[in-house]
Design a protein around this ligand. Sequence first.
Ligand code: MN
Ligand code: MN
Length: 309
Amino acid sequence: MSSNIDENFTENYIKAGKAVIAAKELARKLTRPGVLFLEIAEKCEQEILNHGCELSFPINISLNEIAAHYSPPIGDKTLVPEKGLLKIDIGSHYKGYIADSAITINLDGDPNLQNYCEAAEEGLNAAIDRFTPGTKLFELGEAIANEITKRGLKPITNLGGHKLERYILHAGAFIPNFREKRHSQILKPGDAYACEPFATSGMGTVVNGQDAFIYRFIKKKTKNISYDQLNYMNKLEKLTKRLPFSPRLLEKHKIIPTPKIDRILNIFLRKNIIDKYNVLIERTGAPVSQFEHTIVIDLDGNTIVTTKK
Ligand code: MN
Ligand code: MN
């Protein structure tokens, strides 16, 4: 048994999973036209904390052609519109064991957009059906792509699922959203993965947008750094445990005075102390749907979907 797995690891994942289930339910309840993204973000993130867990990344609330990585910044005035596909992607962790899960809300129930939701969700279900020891990761991708293309849509090929390790959200191994044979790792007992199909009518690739609202601590620097910056850097690393964060978290915990947050983050980006995640936009501007669950294989080979009842 690897040293970073303790015997209660499945229970820890289940605890993290319960927190994201509750946060997703709350997101569905709160999401109505005219509601601030910021209100959904603050309440859903608090729901994770109310379940005795911490955030493993800031909530992503991504509309239509934005596939991922929009998280409302401090003071955001964005409102939920009347129609469209709103993706809510939320993550918790308990003692470093991460649950990562997403839903897409079809705001006005439009039947054409509903097809996008069903494509991604059925793709996810088909992958979960094959989630047993011995399955190759690209076989999961094949199952996902079959469900999506059956509905006249395309999977997003440069996004996909990922292995989870303690305090590591993206741990290397990748679950493609199509039969991409270089991803030939085999599922085995003790593994945890987030599986996340995306469906679109566009080209099926995402590109980086201009803006970034999510950051991650990557490396300490001790040379050519002011005393204040050193202090902010150490607090930032300790608070975020090198998991992705929103500037909102720094405001909430008073790590950096609010008026200085943007400037300090830009300095830290230049010094390679932190990295940023740009918003990801479908190349042709087509709408995108996403569903995601965290799936754990216990040491007896049983599959546990931590984010599904
Ligand atoms: Mn996610
Ligand atoms: Mn994920």
